[in-house]
Design a protein around this ligand. Structure first.
Ligand SMILES: *Cc1c(COP(=O)(O)O)cnc(C)c1O
Length: 436
């Protein structure tokens, strides 16, 4: 197993992250525990942002915060000078509480409610990524009523879908998100937005998929949109100032995954957009991107304590840990693959193949199938890597298990950024029967 970020093995043969011994962290905060390598987050953030700066291309790098949202995370993203994508009033509320500048917040979603939009307008959110005709009407009505103007992009479906190594082009744009790019919907949306005097249309947005390892999907999407920019310019004298190509940049979960570096994704996007824009004699738009997983995924590690195990003779050995689908739903939901080590036995030979089970009452609650480890025993610490994205943010209280704590580590120091839930938290919204 390749170690990423600042992870190393210390002299006690323990896994160390950010200069902090994970065995110490388990003692101090308990398990399951989400550990974030802050230096790794900063490095990825800078990789995206500085590549635009070095190329002198106007850009915004917005952290797609549904990957992992918390007040401290938003403060860190603000420190790095990135923008922020939110997809609900709850994420926006968290950003407000973190003091995140509203002008760098972008509001996404295919069904933003009236209450959410009112709250966002009240907070002066910097950009709305409009998803559908209903939202154009709603945003226009609310902006008028509240006596203000808003800035927006239109989300389009360029007929390009990408996941890992394949990208597919579909004629019919069959997605719940966005306006069809070439079936007339986007043109209609542009005309309707231009007809309002409340919405300033900055440009367009697309997001073609997730965990993408190749450039061809991004390039195809950019090309298709720029082709339309030519048409919008000719037909409506509409000049697209922002081209937002979304997120989806891949990360390592296992050694099979071979993502590109943030710098490489950005450099390739810049090259393509500049070439295509100048070939069409258009003004260079700002390029916006929205990495989520690629900013926080590899930076996160989940630490568990090993408990029971079960041998199924001639089949496999199940080893259970003190967490599972409640803190990481991805294996159950997407068949996601992860790699792991015993954090307290880093130098021991991985001579036993086991399958890591969770503690939740569901047969599908498995974290990893068939992984070689140094014969795990009760009270060993299992560290699963690359759990920083879509783990805590998708965590649940299934089986009334309190959600785990989150700790940040950097330069040999650790700080708790999300407390472990208590049983009091678990019942805080429960009410006693009053009518019998
Ligand atoms: C989820 C999402 C992203 C981030 O995707 P990752 O795969 O985490 O990079 C970016 N943009 C939009 C619109 C999204 O919905």
């Amino acid at each position: 197993m390749e170690l990423h970020g600042t992870s190393t093995i210390n002299t006690q043969n323990h896994l160390e992250i950010g200069g902090v011994d994970t065995v110490t962290l388990a003692k101090e905060y308990g398990t399951p525990l989400y550990i974030y390598d802050v230096a790794a987050i900063r490095q990825h953030a800078r990789g995206f942002k500085e590549t635009f700066e070095k190329a002198k291309v106007s850009a915004q790098v917005a952290y797609a915060s549904k990957a992992f949202s918390s007040i401290a995370m938003y403060e860190l993203i603000n420190e790095e000078g990135l923008s922020l994508d939110v997809v609900s009033a709850g994420e926006l509320y968290t950003a407000v509480k973190a003091g995140f500048p509203a002008e760098r917040i972008h509001f996404h979603g295919n069904n933003k409610t009236e209450a959410e939009l009112r709250y966002a307008i009240d907070q002066n959110v910097g950009c709305y990524v409009i998803d559908n005709f209903h939202e154009i009407e709603l945003l226009n009505r609310l902006a008028k009523e509240l006596g203000t103007k808003v800035v927006a992009l239109l989300r389009v479906t360029p007929g390009v879908g990408a996941h890992t190594h394949e990208f597919i082009t579909t004629g019919q744009d069959d997605s719940k998100f966005g306006f069809g790019l070439t079936n007339g919907q986007t043109e209609e949306a542009i005309q309707r937005v231009l007809a309002t005097d409340t919405i300033t249309l900055k440009g367009v947005h697309c997001h073609i998929g997730s965990q993408i390892f190749e450039m061809d999907g991004f390039i195809a999407a950019a090309d298709r949109i720029i082709d339309q920019m030519v048409i919008w310019n000719e037909k409506y004298n509409y000049k697209t100032e922002v081209l937002n190509l979304g997120g989806g940049f891949g990360i390592h979960y296992t050694d099979e995954d071979q993502p590109l570096e943030p710098e490489t994704y950005v450099a390739n996007i810049i090259t393509e957009v500049q070439a295509k824009i100048s070939a069409n004699q258009l003004a260079m738009p700002e390029i916006w991107i929205e990495p989520g997983r690629s900013l926080v995924g590899e930076a996160g590690t989940t630490l568990y304590t090993v408990g029971s195990s079960k041998d199924v003779p001639d089949v496999r050995r199940y080893v259970a840990v003190d967490g599972g689908m409640g803190d990481n739903i991805r294996p159950a939901l997407y068949d996601a693959k992860y790699s792991a080590v015993l954090a307290n036995k880093m130098a021991d030979q991985a001579d036993t193949t086991v399958s890591i089970a969770g503690k939740y009452c569901e047969s599908g609650d498995m974290l990893i199938w068939d992984i070689p480890l140094p014969n795990p025993q009760p009270n060993d610490l299992l560290a699963i890597f690359s759990t920083g994205a879509y783990s805590y943010s998708m965590a649940s209280n299934y089986n009334r298990v309190p959600r785990a704590a989150v700790v940040f580590v950097e330069h040999g120091e650790h700080q708790l950024v999300v407390k472990r839930e208590t049983f009091e938290d678990i019942i805080q919204n429960d009410l006693h029967l009053t009518k019998r």
